[in-house]
Design a binder for this molecule. Structure first.
Ligand code: FMN
Length: 211
């Protein structure tokens, strides 16, 4: 797949078919994640793989109980709390594969390195026709020492990004992006810095007020 197509075509997929993701594909995704840059080439990542739709549904139910208790009691979050109380809500979107990217203790920016690895993994999945969705909702629960213990993960490793993977049930609609906020763009033609015309579309100026 063309790189531009991959970057622009990847979407968070929240509906999956029941078709299993081959183990070789999971391995390929992890290998793509390893190609991410990392500060001083520390490669401070580790990966957890949990497979099985039923198992992930059970984990989702446990994660939901935890999220409901820990969710800030904020009026704006009521719709999230409502959705989490519904038995059919699955924070893992009924996917059959979950890959968790953990940051290992490291001197420089291990969390940022792991996010770069996550993006590589998601783009590689898209290239294979697979869908992915980052599951920030499950981070705190998966990061509990008892859950890491249950999964056999060293407690000193930190959950950075849980990502579900599966075959998309349908193409996801594109999600519009806002115009970039370019706060500074200076170039040096000849000597000294000079501002250049803004290269992106600007909002049109407000029409003059009548009278
Ligand atoms: C750090 C992070 C956490 C996210 N957590 C969730 C989540 O818990 N559940 C979910 O359905 N989507 C989650 N998403 C996906 C975003 O909602 C999605 O990327 C965003 O709406 C833009 O859509 P797109 O990825 O299709 O472009 C998360 C994305 C990121 C980057």
């Amino acid at each position: 797949m063309d790189l531009t197509e991959a970057i622009y075509g990847r979407r968070a997929i929240r509906h999956y078919t029941d078709a299993p993701v081959p183990t070789t594909a999971v391995e390929q995704l992890i290998k793509a994640a390893l190609q991410a840059p990392s500060a001083t080439n520390q490669q401070p990542w580790a990966f957890g793989v949990v497979r099985g739709q039923e198992h992930l549904k059970q984990m989702s139910d446990r994660a939901k109980d935890y999220i409901l208790v820990t969710l800030p009691r904020d009026l704006t979050l009521h719709h999230i709390a409502d959705s989490l109380t519904r038995p059919e809500t699955n924070v893992f979107h009924d996917a059959g594969t979950l890959i968790i990217i953990y940051a290992k203790p490291a001197r420089f920016h291990p969390v940022e390195d792991c996010f770069l690895a996550a993006q590589n993994l998601m783009l590689a999945a898209h290239g294979l026709g697979l869908g992915t969705c980052p599951i920030g909702f499950a981070r705190q629960w998966l990061d509990l020492p008892e859950i890491k213990h249950e999964l056999g993960v060293p407690v000193r490793y930190t959950v950075v990004m849980p990502i579900v993977v599966g075959w998309p049930a349908a193409p996801a609609p594109s999600v519009p992006r806002r115009e970039p906020e370019i706060v500074c763009w200076r170039e040096t033609p000849g000597r000294g810095l000079s501002a250049v015309p803004f290269p992106f579309a600007r909002p049109s100026p407000a029409p003059p007020s009548p009278g």
